[in-house]
Design a protein around this ligand. Structure first.
Ligand SMILES: Cc1ncc(COP(=O)(O)O)c(C=O)c1O
Length: 394
């Protein structure tokens, strides 16, 4: 990869050392231009008129996402964030009392809370797939759980918000398919970071966001729904974009995955998402994944050399999200200390509230999260490691 070009495309790197790519990555110029140009056009022409001029670029958003995840454009819905995209899939499933949902210990609270809500409202049952000795979903345990005919859904994140293993999603997908069970994949931290191919994974639905490893603008995301399922799935919410009135008493749903969208949306951000996907595809997802893994292992090696730091990552395959605790202070203190005093190093804090089961199992309240992207450098990692070596005791 041409790292100099990647950095030249990324104005933010001139001011900061940004290791919060799992929160929101720095946008590259083509994304910033797509968003700001469109806002200028809206101001000059009017919002509807500006969107009308961008019809081809707006269509391209679906084509680009389709290329990114190996789906058809009509299997994609553009939705304002990963959570709402995931909700549109999950709440639309015809889950009945006694139906079982299987998830991982690494599930994100934003998805876990809806499981609890449908447990309360519809009487579904939630079961947690045990982990293997590496802290990732145990495939034999999943196979056994899938023998229960009441299992209706497998739903989990490929990479958790607090790092951890990259789940063996192709094997999980194969087991779910073999059992005739739907598979909803939260690829929020995976898309843009690693190759995600819905055909290879065999997932029926996938939710993702724009602002993280894809480097798109905030307030954007998308949902994939496999065509055969989409046509049989009635979205939990409808509007006049998802459906159309046929008579005063009847309506018909649209045939494609846009039935999960709503009409009004942030057009500038949608164009920004398209530009982000085009940019990621132009860099090449596989080389980006190699570079992210290389940088993450360099960071883990550097952190392992600091006596006060304990690495907290698990799994046989690890991602660009590096987590650790520091004996000299809480993760919140680490975050503030690194951001302040002209150091301008961004890391974030993951607390037990976003991945409660996993954090409880590992007896952790919070961890520091340093998430690397391809545009980061070894020198930036050394800067972070040097700062953490000198962290004063709180
Ligand atoms: C694993 C995972 N799933 C879902 C989400 C929610 O994404 P969004 O904030 O775009 O709704 C996040 C956000 O941090 C996440 O890390």
């Amino acid at each position: 990869m041409n790292i100099e070009q990647l950095r030249a495309d990324t104005p933010g790197v001139a001011h900061l050392v940004h290791f919060n790519n799992a929160g929101a990555a720095l946008m590259p110029e083509p994304v910033i231009e797509a968003v700001t140009n469109h806002l200028q056009q809206e101001a000059r022409l009017g919002g509807y008129e500006a969107a009308g001029q961008q019809a081809a670029a707006l269509d391209n958003v679906y084509n680009a996402i389709g290329r990114l995840i190996n789906a058809q454009p009509d299997e994609i819905a553009v939705i304002e964030n990963a959570t709402r995209a995931w909700d549109m899939a999950f709440y639309s499933l015809p889950l009945r009392p006694g139906d079982v949902v299987l998830t991982s210990t690494t599930e994100y609270a934003g998805n876990y809370i809806p499981y609890l809500q449908l447990k309360k409202l519809r009487g579904i049952e939630l079961r947690i797939i045990p982990n293997d000795e590496h802290g990732q979903v145990s495939l034999p345990a999943l196979k056994t759980l899938l023998e229960d005919e009441r299992v209706a859904l497998v739903s989990l994140p490929v990479i958790a918000t607090n790092g951890g293993p990259v789940q063996p999603i192709e094997q999980i997908g194969a087991l779910a398919r073999a059992a005739g069970v739907l598979f909803l994949l939260d690829a929020c931290q995976g898309v843009g970071q690693m190759p995600i191919d819905v055909k290879r994974i065999g997932c029926h639905m996938l939710a993702a966001t724009s602002r993280k490893y894809l480097r798109g603008p905030r307030g954007m995301g998308f949902l994939y729904v496999e065509k055969a399922l989409c046509q049989n799935l009635e979205p939990v919410f409808l509007d006049l974009h998802a459906a159309s009135l046929q008579t005063p008493d009847t309506f018909s749903l649209r045939g494609d995955a846009k039935r999960f969208e709503n009409w009004e949306c942030n057009v500038a951000a949608k164009l920004g998402l398209g530009a982000a996907v085009d940019y990621a595809l132009a860099q090449g997802i596989e080389p980006m994944w190699q570079r992210i893994q290389h940088l993450a292992s360099h960071l883990r090696e550097r952190l392992a050399m600091i006596p006060a730091v304990t690495l907290q990552d698990q799994g046989t395959l690890q991602s660009g999200i590096v987590t650790f605790t520091h004996r000299h202070g809480s993760a919140t203190q680490v975050q503030h200390w690194l951001a302040g005093q002209a150091k301008r190093i961004n890391v974030s804090t993951s607390t037990f509230r976003s991945t409660m089961l996993d954090m409880q199992q590992r007896d952790l309240l919070e961890v520091s999260r340093a998430s690397v992207h391809a545009y980061n450098t070894e020198a930036e990692i050394d800067t972070l490691a040097a700062a953490l070596t000198h962290l004063p005791r709180a």
